[in-house]
Design a protein around this ligand. Structure first.
Ligand code: ZN
Length: 284
């Protein structure tokens, strides 16, 4: 879970976006009302409490604004916006930290917040599972609000601990959120709630498996084989710690893969040969 940089300069004025979505100039009264709501959205960092438009406004514009969002689909006038917002996340879901954020999530759902259906700041790349698990009601109150990837500032500190588990001749790694690592108690509670809701351990599992296999192969090929097949536990520990530092340089301090690499470095059994359980079996 981490903060994304909103591509302000690429997205531009939200009313220009709305104009191309509607295909006509934005009516003056709609613009006036939305200006007020967009301002409130930024002020409240996208928390939905006390920010709902009047019923009359919703009846008049709700379905139009929801329909306008559909212009972000492939081959529609605003498909560039979807592409832009997805590229900001790269190949990482800002919610669970796993790969493939292929969907665009309405931070405040279109129902009950049609006023933000096509507000770019409300649109965030997310993986399909996180998107599904984030129910439409999320966001009405601060305690139940998912972290806003553009507006909330998640500190770049390690807020997970990793446990290496050896079971049935193989390895896996489980993560636990460490609430005390986040000084802001409210932010920490929200992160804890969100990580439970999206089941981040489950989300990371396929990648954890892939990385374990990759790192085991690297240890064998780059360290053990050049050392004439001799396993030196301390060299492997050092390799995994350096691997963690490299990951942090590439991603950020506290990124789960770095925490995983350090946990493996601290696992004497893994470093003294246990990693070989993860090597592909040679054909017999
Ligand atoms: Zn996710």
């Amino acid at each position: 879970m981490y903060t994304l940089r909103y591509p302000d300069e690429k997205v531009g004025d939200p009313f220009d976006v709305l104009k191309s979505a509607l295909g006509v100039d934005v009516p003056a009264d709609l613009k006036r009302k939305l200006s007020f709501l967009y301002f409130a959205y930024c002020e409240r960092k996208g928390v939905g409490c006390n920010m709902i438009a009047a019923r009359k406004f919703r009846l008049e514009y709700g379905s139009k604004l929801r329909a306008a969002y559909k212009t972000t689909y492939t081959n529609k006038p605003l498909s560039w916006l979807r592409k832009e917002l997805r590229s900001v996340a790269g190949n990482r879901c800002p919610s669970c930290g796993g790969a493939r954020p292929v969907t665009l999530d309405h931070h405040l759902a279109q129902n009950p917040f049609p006023e933000f259906a096509i507000f770019p700041l409300n649109l965030v790349a997310m993986c399909g599972t996180c998107n599904q698990r984030k129910s439409a009601t999320t966001g009405k109150a601060i305690e139940t609000s998912f972290i806003h990837p553009y507006l909330d500032e998640v500190p770049e500190v390690p807020f997970f601990t990793a446990t290496v588990i050896r079971d049935d001749g193989t390895y896996t790694v489980c993560f636990e959120f460490t609430p005390d690592a986040i000084p802001d108690a409210e932010l920490s509670n929200r992160m804890s709630m969100q990580l439970k809701k999206v089941d981040f351990n489950e989300a990371l599992l396929p990648e954890v498996g892939e990385l374990l296999a990759e790192w085991a192969l690297r240890i064998e090929d780059e360290i053990v084989i050049p050392n004439e097949g001799e396993i030196d536990q301390w060299v492997i520990k050092d390799y995994l710690n350096r691997n963690a530092t490299r990951i942090e340089k590439q991603h950020r301090v506290g990124f789960w893969q770095a925490i995983m690499s350090r946990a493996l470095a601290d696992d004497a059994q893994f470093c003294s040969g246990g990693f070989r359980d993860l090597l592909p079996r040679s054909p017999s």
